[in-house]
Design a protein around this ligand. Structure first.
Ligand code: 3HC
Length: 310
């Protein structure tokens, strides 16, 4: 990483622009590290959106009502669109769509750990909407202020749609929590399964986040992993408690002095196992993504043939 001592005039001007809150656009000068970090982060974000379609997509045929089916179809379709915005934002930095796609299909690219858990029943679909998309909104609202123009603008559009995703999930879980004992238990079981993986979504603690320093310096991340996690906790803990759900963290407590909810220790060994590909559903998700790619080969061939017609 470039040290302050050998700062070049170009880097000095770049950092002055960041300091003035200017957006860096695709044709602007930018340090190689800035470009590399953005390609890393945006491509992983795009992969997360596309892989994130899988856990919910296989419930579209099992929705409990036509309304729920239509809402879930709309949500899954939105996630696919988010992936397209983000792949395009990454392409503005010089990486090709094919290169990103091949890295994902080969299991070489990261995507969010949260999508490597099973969806066991319909209450999971509600919990994903409320908590996973709720966590994504906190992180993406932060990124909407990111210094790279195409990424920050994509976030504005994505956050608007994520709000609908979160609302529909919350509506579902509130109904379950106010329903029959069996429905309440399904909601509680879903919370027990998703609570800790959702806290891990925000990434390792700031002290263990090697990318954060340069991302904060250059205005890509405007808040730290722990700060965004804290925003999420302070929002959802009272809401989950208000509908009578028990949060599966015996050490969770309210710090009255700082007015924040404090969680117990996160199992980072488990997190890194999932990130390294050894989570409950990593292999299935990658196989499903490869299957979808193979099934779509005829569409790509048809488009290529049409585009090259005389
Ligand atoms: N899952 C997988 N890998 C993760 C991770 C997670 N939840 N959190 C961190 N990591 C990885 C990082 O990619 C990095 O590895 P790398 O250097 O090989 O890429 C390593 O762990 C160290 O973590 P850092 O904190 O240093 O990494 P970042 O500074 O990139 O911070 C992040 C992690 C906060 C997730 C950041 O990458 C980010 O904000 N990404 C953009 C948002 C995003 O990707 N969200 C994923 C969810 S998208 C979604 O939920 C869709 C919605 O529709 C539901």
């Amino acid at each position: 990483m470039t040290q302050a001592t050998d700062i070049t005039p170009k880097l000095a001007e770049f950092e002055a622009r960041i300091g003035r809150g200017e957006k860096i656009e695709p044709g602007d000068w930018m340090p190689d590290d800035y470009r590399k970090q953005l390609i890393r982060m945006i491509s992983q974000h795009a992969h997360s959106e596309i892989v994130g379609m899988l856990p919910e997509g296989n419930y579209i045929t099992r929705a409990p009502s036509l309304r729920r089916k239509m809402v879930l179809i709309a949500k899954v379709q939105d996630e696919g669109g988010h992936g397209q915005y983000l792949y395009h934002a990454a392409e503005t930095l010089g990486i090709s769509r094919d290169e990103m796609e091949q890295a994902l299909l080969a299991g070489k690219a990261k995507y969010s750990s949260i999508f490597n858990y099973p969806t066991l029943n319909w209450a999971d679909i509600g919990m994903i909407g409320w908590l996973v998309d709720g966590a994504a909104i906190k992180n993406q609202t932060m990124l909407a202020h990111c210094s790279y123009g195409p990424y920050s603008r994509a976030m504005v559009r994505i956050c608007a749609e994520e709000t609908f995703h979160q609302r529909q999930g919350k509506e579902m879980i509130v109904k379950y929590a106010q329903g029959t004992p069996n429905q309440r238990q399904m909601a509680q079981d879903a919370l027990n399964r998703w609570w800790w993986p959702v806290l891990m979504m925000f990434g390792p603690h700031d002290s263990d986040s090697p990318n954060s320093e340069v991302l904060r310096r250059w205005g890509v991340k405007t808040q730290s992993n722990d700060t965004v996690r804290q925003l999420f906790l302070d929002e959802v803990v009272p809401e989950l408690m208000a509908i009578g759900l028990q949060i599966p963290d015996p050490q969770l407590h309210f710090d009255a002095e700082n007015k924040h909810w404090k969680h117990g220790p996160i199992d980072w060994a488990h997190f890194w196992q999932v990130v390294k590909g050894n989570g409950p559903m990593n292999k299935e998700r990658l196989a499903a993504r490869n299957q979808a790619h193979d099934n779509g080969a005829w569409v790509r061939d048809a488009v290529t043939a049409y585009a090259s017609r005389k």
